[in-house]
Design a protein around this ligand. Structure first.
Ligand SMILES: CCCCCCCCCCCCCCCCCCCCCC(=O)SCCNC(=O)CCNC(=O)[C@H](O)C(C)(C)COP(=O)(O)OP(=O)(O)OC[C@H]1O[C@@H](n2cnc3c(N)ncnc32)[C@H](O)[C@@H]1OP(=O)(O)O
Ligand SMILES: Cc1cc2nc3c(=O)[nH]c(=O)nc-3n(C[C@H](O)[C@H](O)[C@H](O)COP(=O)(O)OP(=O)(O)OC[C@H]3O[C@@H](n4cnc5c(N)ncnc54)[C@H](O)[C@@H]3O)c2cc1C
Length: 669
């Protein structure tokens, strides 16, 4: 291809953008230095021909896909080492973030990195739950890829309810070993990434038995395969779970145990312990075992939800600026589809969501780091709030992102259905995150549990933490008349959340008063509870976005765009949930037309900057991997070039014609 002619419509869009795109890129990356580093990193990896795709992976068999992914993973991680040796350790963390969290990794291994779990879950588990000695031994081995590891928690029978896991680890004091068993078919580990044929070690989460007593689930490091031959060790039954909707190169696997013995020292013992004689020593909190899940939920908001959405938006927005279809005014010439208000309504609210996700992710990352430091000092006070916010942000952001990616695909018509648009693999990657690391409904219900408690505390005059402080005053303040302003939106979203939480709390109380058991009352109200958690999260994201947009140290031109996007976030979700705002935020039906108009005006204002905004995400063509979204806009040439990569086009007449079709056509049915 190699064409450098930029599509004329895209060129015009770029000329009419009202703000400096590079300024947005710097803001998005966290400063000019970060942008520079990212670009150097991308160049280092993406210019390597060995890492580039030769045949589109869709045309490979399942086995070939895995083998090719493994080849590239090995090269990739060699290069990471090379990169960090030349640039120092500090940036190694950033490198991993870039490779595993969304962007760079998805350019090289679009259907998942089979080594991901080694870094995303195994290492964080050892670092968070291992003693100093365990960390000293295991971290360097895994970090340097002397061994390859995964995190095996989910079983065929249980993913959500982890207290119900069935794998057993029974302590044998005579040999100072744990003996692992899978007593049932449903106790087989099922799903861990890289487990199939890649990893030789895993953190295995199992029910710990010692002195005849079960102490619940605990993490252990178990060797699965011989380090030389890679053969499964005696008693280990292991394999891959087969083809999936997406993420087909991440090598998810299954695992069963038959009397597999590991040394006592392989139990991760930072929190709870088993002494050589089998005495069990309790952890300060049994929820510390769940720490790695919090880490991944936190990382996903930015690394998956926001990152993949920014890609889908770049593809759909550029395409909508150059695609022409129909006329708005007869005879006026064909219209860029981006001119259609309905098209703007598909694309611009997700742009706003992308910003809201990024601000929230930064907040979540900061609180994660401070709470983790507090946990290390034995202070568990802020853990419930971190857990509650990680749960709802993971759930709401992955849900919004997956839904919006599908909207972006639909917004590109038929061409979006092609694998070469890169929508299918992008969607496959993000919808997986709606399930893994805590299924979204389940996580919303975890947040709801925290909110109902906070509500009760607010009623009894107790102290409330930062994210629920609004519950103290909200319902008591009189409702004011509706005003179309950002500040009013912020308050209205909190009122909706407070109203939903109050409704749930009183519904539960009412049921309990008439004799329903508290647990049944909870289940009966759980549709509303999940909704309450979502509205709390939305109110939080709205406020974080308002704070960000109003205080960002940027040029007035860019600030104007940020404020418009922020207002769009609020008006979009308000209009999508009018009933809530009628019920709880003092909205009257006579207020709605002006809000609808406000939202439509925002779409109109954002329109000239739409391409500028997605250009500001600065996603290179190599990362986008889309025939529809490339910077130069040569969509039709690219679609043709991609079609010609189909193996069916290698010959003018396929051999199947002679084998099947010709005899069939000649058979005179
Ligand atoms: C170092 C280098 C780093 C480089 C970094 C690079 C970074 C870049 C990375 C970017 C990303 C790229 C990734 C791509 C790769 C894809 C990988 C795919 C990975 C997918 C992996 C998985 O998929 S891996 C399995 C996950 N599987 C779950 O996720 C199970 C959900 N299931 C539960 O999580 C529990 O089962 C559930 C429901 C809570 C109930 O647990 P339960 O029954 O024990 O608890 P209850 O409900 O009874 O609650 C009792 C009380 O515990 C409280 N509580 C509960 N949890 C708590 C907690 N975590 N912390 C504190 N408190 C907690 C609760 O709030 C209650 O508190 P209270 O009593 O005060 O109200
Ligand atoms: C791509 C992918 C990668 C994965 N990688 C790993 C990995 O590396 N390691 C690992 O250990 N696991 C992994 N998993 C497993 C993943 O963590 C689980 O699938 C997830 O936690 C959901 O559990 P489940 O599949 O048992 O669903 P279930 O819990 O059976 O959920 C099914 C339905 O039941 C509902 N439900 C369940 N419990 C409740 C409840 N208490 N209240 C209300 N509704 C409920 C859910 O909302 C859902 O609608 C992966 C999964 C996927 C899809």
């Amino acid at each position: 291809m190699g064409s450098i002619t930029i599509n004329k419509d895209l060129l015009r869009e770029r000329q009419s953008c009202t703000f400096n795109v590079l300024e947005l890129t710097h803001l998005w990356d966290g400063g000019p230095e970060k942008t520079k580093e990212r670009k150097e990193l991308e160049k280092f990896f993406l210019d390597d021909p060995e890492l580039q795709e030769k045949i589109p992976s869709e045309y490979l068999s399942h086995k070939e896909k895995y083998q090719e992914a493994l080849r590239r993973s090995c090269l990739l991680f060699k290069k990471i080492k090379e990169w960090s040796d030349t640039t120092g350790c500090g940036s190694q963390m950033d490198t991993f973030q870039n490779i595993l969290g969304g962007m760079l990794g998805s350019a090289i291994l679009p259907d998942g990195v089979p080594f991901a779990l080694n870094y995303v879950m195994f290492l964080p588990t050892v670092m968070g739950q291992g003693t100093m000695q365990q960390q000293a031994y295991w971290v360097s081995r895994a970090w340097n890829c002397e061994i390859m590891c995964t995190y095996a928690q989910t079983e065929l029978g249980h993913g959500t309810f982890i207290r119900g896991l069935e794998t057993t680890a029974t302590y044998d004091p005579s040999t100072e070993e744990f003996v692992f068993n899978s007593p049932t078919l449903t106790s087989y580990k099922w799903w861990p990434g890289g487990l199939g044929h890649t990893c030789n070690y895993a953190v295995v989460v199992a029910q710990l038995y010692t002195k005849g007593q079960c102490h619940g689930i605990h993490p252990f490091i178990v060797q699965l395969r011989d380090e030389e031959t890679h053969m499964p060790l005696p008693g280990i039954k292991i394999g891959e779970i087969g083809s999936k909707l997406g993420m087909n190169t991440i090598n998810n696997g299954y695992l069963g145990f038959e009397n597999v013995r590991i040394p006592r020292e392989n139990m991760l013992m930072k929190n709870s312990k088993v002494l050589p004689d089998g005495t069990y020593v309790n952890s300060p909190s049994d929820k510390l075992t769940y720490g790695t899940m919090i880490f991944v939920r936190v990382a996903l908001v930015r690394g998956i939800a926001a990152a993949y959405l920014s890609k889908a938006l770049t593809i759909a927005t550029r395409y909508s600026a150059l695609r022409k279809q129909g006329e708005i005014k007869p005879g006026a010439g064909e219209t860029q589809i981006l001119e259609y208000r309905t098209q703007q309504h598909k694309l611009f609210p997700p742009m706003a969501m992308c910003f809201a996700m990024r601000c929230s992710a930064d907040w979540l990352w900061d609180i994660y780091n401070s709470v983790t430091a507090e946990l290390d000092r034995g202070d568990l006070e802020r853990l419930p709030e971190l857990h509650a916010m990680a749960c709802c942000l993971k759930a709401v952001c992955t849900k919004d992102s997956a839904k919006a990616i599908e909207v972006c695909r639909l917004a590109t018509g038929g061409h979006g259905y092609m694998n070469s648009s890169n929508f299918p693999s992008t969607y496959g990657m993000v919808t997986a995150a709606e399930t893994y690391e805590g299924e979204n409904t389940v996580l919303l219900l975890q947040t709801a549990r925290f909110l109902v408690k906070a509500w009760q505390q607010a009623r009894s005059g107790g102290n409330l933490t930062e994210t629920v402080e609004y519950l103290k005053t909200m319902p008591l303040q009189p409702l004011s008349l509706w005003v179309n302003s950002l500040q009013h939106l912020g308050i209205a979203f909190k009122r909706v959340a407070a109203g939903n939480i109050e409704t749930c709390a009183t519904s539960i109380e009412r049921r309990i008063l008439v004799g329903v058991a508290p647990e049944d009352a909870w289940n009966e109200v759980s549709i509303q509870l999940a909704k309450a958690a979502e509205t709390h999260c939305r109110a939080f994201m709205m406020q974080i976005f308002i704070n960000f947009a109003t205080s960002a140290q940027v040029s007035p031109e860019l600030k104007k765009v940020l404020i418009e996007l922020c207002e769009l976030y609020g008006t979009y979700f308000l209009l999508d949930n009018l009933g809530d705002f009628f019920m709880y935020a003092g909205l009257r039906s006579s207020d709605v037309p002006s809000i609808q108009e406000w939202m439509e005006t925002l779409l109109h204002k954002i329109r000239p900057n739409a391409v500028g905004i997605v250009d500001g995400f600065d996603i290179s063509d190599a990362v986008l991997r889309s025939a529809l979204g490339a910077y130069d806009g040569n969509v039709y040439e690219r679609l043709f070039a991609e079609a010609n990569k189909s193996p069916l086009n290698a010959e003018p007449v396929d051999e199947s014609f002679h084998k099947y079709l010709k005899p069939f056509l000649k058979s005179n049915l």
